[in-house]
Design a protein around this ligand. Sequence first.
Ligand code: R5P
Length: 327
Amino acid sequence: MPRGLSVYAGNAHPEFANDVAEALGIPLGRADVFKFPNGEIFCQIKENAREHDVFVVQTMAGPTVSEQVMELLIMLDAFKRASAGRITAVMPRFAYGRSDKKDQPRVPITARLVADLVGTAGADRFLTMDLHQGQIQGFFSIPGDELTAFLTLVEYFQADYANRDDAVVVVPDLGFAKRGRNFAERLRLPMAFIEKRRIGNTGESQIVDIIGDIGYRRAIIIDDEIDTGMTVMNTIDALQARGVKDIVVACVHAVLSGDAAARLTASGIRELVATDTVPLPQHKRNEKVRILSVAPLFAETIRRIHEGESVGALFTSPTVQLPLRVR
Ligand code: R5P
């Protein structure tokens, strides 16, 4: 059993790592992680980590995603060489999840490559949230835990939406169908699916079919992530064209590339609800954007991993539900 619990942060989302450490009641570990003028990344752990139970928090999203991956790998290597007792790579959002199969000739499976690199660099375990597909867990050859923001999102919508007969849950991507159904069932709402088709590798997509009835006054559109916003914008257009007046968009990972946040919130939706797995700069926030913090859930999971307690209970038992934090 490794000794003391330590949490360290890469530069991708220090606010999230701070919130995790605060919820655990410990200070963030001290480490220098920076780039030399030549672009190479350097890392030095500024305190003894020998035999410690080390958690390195580094999300992966946005224009510098590949640099964030590299920074994580370098930190893991530093802890391995510092003789940490056990090292867990905490990746609130795991990048390259959409590259999880060879669905065109001569393309890589980058999700597998990144999973391999995390293990090779020195991680003994991984901890993440809502992978693009659950099967990506199997790309890692180290043990790990995949959390879900599903209960956090259900709790947010519970009071205003549960059991309503004028509302529908709309899943804009069939890859999210199972988790979307669980969400709708918890709120006891009907659901509809959008079948979309991607157009080449441009990031663009179009709706091919709508499965289910969307003729309701209110809708919650829910997906694992919003990147360019194209998938959700197409869904909003389809709903509005059918007279749906009150639309809320929810997701776990608010990647919101480019001006996606501005376009979405200007589209006539009432709210955009997401978690804080990805940093959302001030210029992408406005009064329609609600951020639910999952840092306490990560902190509780880290505590359980450290203490050797069940993490599974966090998915099933209402007694371990954490208070909802909305920003
Ligand atoms: C499927 O690919 C995912 O669940 C999301 O639908 C996708 O990442 C959203 O991408 P975008 O916002 O660029 O349409």
